[in-house]
Design a protein around this ligand. Structure first.
Ligand code: FE
Ligand code: FE
Ligand code: ZN
Length: 181
């Protein structure tokens, strides 16, 4: 793809985030299934539904730009983040520890998206794509909300539960013959 103008780069970045969103939609069901805490499961499921709308907004933007949504460009950044997440899901860990890890993986995804949407919004503004600016800002706000919700769940419950999971008391109640360290 030749990138000669800001519009070319704008479309390039939109394709990246579109690819990222589609990959997220594929990855979320497994994360939701592996999460234990109800509040975390719900937050991830809510964001899965929101992500479907985000994909729809991008499709609207592509069609307005006369750009197809079938292209080969793949977001390798998101591919890597999601691969780390799926590796984590395969680890042998108590559920509270896994939940804390899932939050960390999900927040990495949100931060990538927040950065990517910030960039395309700036470009759309310069290009006078006002409708796109509004659509993309809606999405950016949803990504920020998801990120904040995850922080809240981590700090109010899950990190604390994960911490007490590692305490000697919790360990000895699980395996009474546990050796002291
Ligand atoms: Fe998203
Ligand atoms: Fe990317
Ligand atoms: Zn997101």
């Amino acid at each position: 793809m030749e990138l000669n103008t800001l519009r070319d780069l704008y479309v390039h970045e939109l394709k990246d985030i579109y690819s990222a969103e589609k990959q997220i939609l594929k990855a979320l069901p497994k994360m939701i299934q592996k999460a234990s805490e109800e509040e975390l499961k719900n937050a991830l499921e809510d964001h899965r539904q929101v992500t479907e709308q985000q994909v729809g907004r991008l499709e609207e933007i592509f069609s307005k730009l006369d750009e197809s949504t079938t292209f080969r460009q793949k977001c390798k950044g998101m591919e890597g983040l999601l691969e780390e997440g799926s590796d984590l899901l395969e680890e042998d860990a108590p559920e509270q520890i896994l939940d804390a890890g899932i939050i960390g993986a999900a927040q990495r995804v949100e931060h990538y998206e927040i950065a990517a949407y910030g960039t395309v919004i700036a470009f759309a503004r310069l290009l006078g794509e006002d409708r796109a600016v509004r659509l993309l800002e809606e999405t950016l706000n949803e990504e920020k909300e998801a990120d904040e919700k995850l922080t809240e769940i981590a700090e109010s419950t899950i990190n604390l539960e994960a911490e007490s999971e590692g305490e000697p008391e919790a360990q000895s109640s699980r395996k009474r013959s546990g050796s002291r360290r």
